[in-house]
Design a protein around this ligand. Sequence first.
Ligand code: ADP
Ligand code: MG
Length: 609
Amino acid sequence: MAQTGNISIHAQNIMPIIKRWLYSDKDIFVREMVSNGCDAITKEKLLHPSEADYRVTVTLDKAAQEIRFSDNGIGMTAEEVEKYINQVAFSGAEEFLKNYEGDAKGGIIGHFGLGFYSAFMVADKVTIHTLSGQEGAQPVRWISEDGMAFTMEDGDRNERGTDIILHISEEEKEFLDEFRLREVLKRYCGFMATPVYFDVVKEETGEDAPAKEPELINATPALWLKMPKDCTDEEYKSFYKEVFHVYEDPLFYVHLNVDYPFNLKGILYFPKLTQDFGTREGQIKMFSGQVFVADNIKEVIPEFLMLLKGVIDCPDLPLNVSRSFLQNDGYVKKLSAYITRKVADKLTGLFNTERENYQTYWDDIHPFVKYGCLRDNKFFDQVKDTLMFKTIGGQYLTLQEYLSKNEGRLGKKVIYTNDATRQAASVSMYTDDNIDVVVLDTLIDLNFLSFMEYSAGVEGLQFVRVDADSETFRKEMTDEEKKQAEESAASLADLFKAATGNDTLTLKLESLKDEALPAMLVQDEQGRRFSEMGRIYGQDFKLPEQLTLVLNSENAVVKSLTKSADEEKNQLLAAHIYDLARMSTRPLEKDEITTFLSRSNKLLEMLCK
Ligand code: ADP
Ligand code: MG
């Protein structure tokens, strides 16, 4: 006799909500059906250990508009269907509803354990054929069209296990596409513990169409479960290439493996850097007991690690709940801190034992490491002594090494360039003088160097761009000389303002060591950084460039300016000195070049008079 009934008193309210809210993540029904099959097999194996050919087979029958999930697991008796399918199936969903009724859709992870009932997101009819392995159990057939009303009666299955047949609704027919379904299966079930096969029922193709063998979906073993000591470099690399579909080897990797105080396994890979760092996206696949959950769950994986590629498996994590729950979960915070610490350990380990190698990685990993430092104080504390500064000469120095090498000349200053080509002239003023210039030319460096100034624990540490001051090249002046210089500077200021048309120009007269150099144009470090930050964050402060022209009082041309009364000639010389100084900081623009060239010609003519 067929039994009919309603699944649960709450189902009517819940079903439409499930359907609506899960709209964008419908494909999880595949994971839920297959993992239920795997669970049933695990239970059967526990009860009756044997070498039987346990497997879950997913069969696509396009003509019948069906997807069938078959397992030879433990099966269900009629009482069990009643208990596990009809009654408690919604307990998880009910809780979910209570908590997130008012939530915006975007705030919901979409990966909570709807389990069996997720089938109704895509199916307009679900049939269960099941036979329990229990003595004297009768096969059961259960049918429901909407997940609310069901029919349950004696079935005709004669082998232990369960078939769940989804008749896919007209709107969800995309899942009947072989390639789509295979992709979903590979994604969610690619590393499950039980063999999962994909079979496609041949559509009418004539009699001699070759029979296709079911295809094993989870052929690649979950390498992260092996003990690190048993894995070879080759295995790590080929796993990386296979899982992330890349051709290049990773730089290095970290194998996470703990059982206590939490269960966490995984492998994180440091990929080679592509040119456009900013647009690069890592991918960290999150698993729960070998069942794929989602990519890049930011509550578990610290944000800066998202630039890596890898797999993380946390079987105990309540990944089936909403993200706002994960955010406030202490367990999750510990996991995340642990992952960060392991990555930092790897970096310091490499630095301490394979410095040469570590240096070859630095160009690829530095934006990531710096970003980590900015985002996470603990991480910074751990890696701060391993941070490298690459010099123009191709050396890699730690901050301490740089300072002790150049301290005699610079004190606690670090001289850097953010564009070695444009700033070549300023760079070589230092390098010619045997002072190291470091290259800090990625987007993150601007933040990073400010961060270092107040966090590195070095009193008075200052990053100074090559064109930001003339101090290193200055000779000491007596008080008398200083006074003199100020007066001359005041009188020259008008000349230079007029000659250059730049009213905001500040002028200084200093005694520079290199007599041949008439002037240097310097731009205040702090002011420049401030406007650069503004540009990066899209705010236009419209700060005028704070330029200071440092005239060299030792230079013959500069001296002549203070003595000669030939106004026309002075104007030409002043403009020329300014252009020359400017050219050391950046290339002249088109009309600036034209002016420069015609003035050069005039000066040459004057020389011949
Ligand atoms: P969960 O898997 O989290 O328990 P589900 O909604 O996915 O929740 O499944 C509910 C229950 O239905 C399972 O716990 C199990 O007892 C039963 N069940 C579902 N699918 C199968 C299956 N293929 N074989 C045996 N039992 C199943
Ligand atoms: Mg389940």
